[in-house]
Structures are given as structure tokens and as C-alpha cells.
Design a protein around this ligand. Structure first.
Ligand SMILES: CC[C@H](C(=O)O)C(=O)SCCNC(=O)CCNC(=O)[C@H](O)C(C)(C)COP(=O)(O)OP(=O)(O)OC[C@H]1O[C@@H](n2cnc3c(N)ncnc32)[C@H](O)[C@@H]1OP(=O)(O)O
Ligand SMILES: [Co+2]
Length: 134
């Protein structure tokens, strides 16, 4: 059911500094920052030949990553995003298999303009998983 690894997300507390690390120290192509107020984040994408790195900064009072950022002053790996062909079928399969979907279970539009859902880290090897319909 899950396909390609779409991105690996890293939460940071200084987006400019993190962007400079990937652009200047690691020589990667980086995007401009994009605010996603509906998701409580500002994102920068690092384009790699086989996947992307999503740098995330908390945005707004109710950011879902605020606590994670506060607990990880130097930054930290936050989630993995896998691609799926049919997010509703994937969601229903995951729920039937006992996995918990976060929020109200309805897909939201993510950073790439595609529907996404998040799965509870405790059900997926301690890893926050995002699925994105491509
Ligand atoms: C969609 C736009 C963009 C895209 O790619 O398109 C994005 O990816 S936006 C990304 C930001 N949005 C989200 O992450 C939405 C889903 N996340 C959440 O709802 C929260 O982050 C949540 C519920 C996973 C954790 O929230 P919070 O840290 O405030 O809650 P708790 O402290 O109660 O955590 C509960 C429990 O989970 C552990 N935890 C928290 N975050 C992670 C994580 N990233 N990976 C693994 N485990 C995590 C936390 O330590 C707690 O465990 P416990 O043993 O109870 O201490
Ligand atoms: Co993501």
C-alpha cells in the first residue's frame, strides 16, 4: 500500500540557519519558506534526487509542532511521509488494522496541494507517519 518516501521532516527552531546548513554546508537546492497557517508550520523543502527533506518551523500559537520544537532546541527528526495512491482506502485499511489516524480522520491539503493524513506515532514504531495521496 505505501509507496515512495515522499519526504523526511525535521523540526527546527531557526529556519534560516537550518536552510543555510542544507544550502551552504551540504550544497543542496532549497526552496523559499512557505507559511502553512492551516497546519501551524512554515516549511522549506530541500530537493534531493530521490526524496525531499521538509524543514519545519512552528507557526502560530497552536502549532502542533511547538512542543516538539521546545523539547528539541537543536532540532529533530519529526515525521516520515509515504506516498499512497488512494488515501481513503489507505486510511480505512490502517484503521481496520488497528492503527490510529490523528485529527478527525479526514484528509487535509498538505504542502504539495495533495491530501494528507497523520498516523499516531505509538502505532508506527514510535514514528509519526504522514501519508500523502499522489
Ligand atoms: C501537512 C503539511 C506538511 C506536509 O508535509 O504537507 C506537514 O507535514 S505539517 C507537519 C505538522 N503537523 C503535524 O505534525 C500534524 C500531526 N501531528 C500532531 O498532531 C502532533 O504533533 C502529535 C499529536 C503527534 C504530537 O503532539 P504533541 O507533541 O503536542 O503531543 P504529546 O506531547 O502529547 O505527544 C504524544 C506522544 O507522542 C510522542 N510524539 C510527539 N511527537 C512525536 C513525533 N514527531 N514522533 C514520535 N513521537 C512523537 C510524544 O513524545 C508523546 O509520547 P509520550 O511517550 O506520551 O511522551
Ligand atoms: Co510533512
Amino acid at each position: 500500500m505505501i509507496g515512495k518516501l515522499n519526504h523526511v521532516a525535521i523540526v527546527v527552531n531557526d529556519l534560516e540557519a537550518a536552510t543555510a546548513v542544507y544550502r551552504d554546508t551540504l550544497g543542496a537546492k532549497v526552496s523559499a519558506p512557505v507559511d502553512l497557517p492551516d497546519h501551524g508550520v512554515t516549511t522549506v523543502f530541500v530537493e534531493l534526487p530521490n526524496t525531499k527533506i521538509e524543514l519545519l518551523l512552528p507557526l502560530g500559537e497552536d502549532s502542533p509542532i511547538a512542543k516538539f520544537a521546545a523539547n528539541n532546541p537543536a532540532g529533530g527528526m519529526h515525521h516520515l511521509c509515504y506516498e499512497v495512491e488512494d488515501i481513503i482506502a489507505a486510511r480505512d485499511h490502517i484503521i481496520a488494522a488497528g492503527g490510529r489516524v490523528l485529527g478527525d480522520g479526514e484528509p487535509k491539503i498538505g504542502a504539495h496541494g495533495k491530501p494528507v493524513l497523520f498516523l499516531h506515532p505509538k502505532d508506527f514504531c514510535g514514528t509519526l507517519v504522514e501519508i500523502e495521496e499522489v
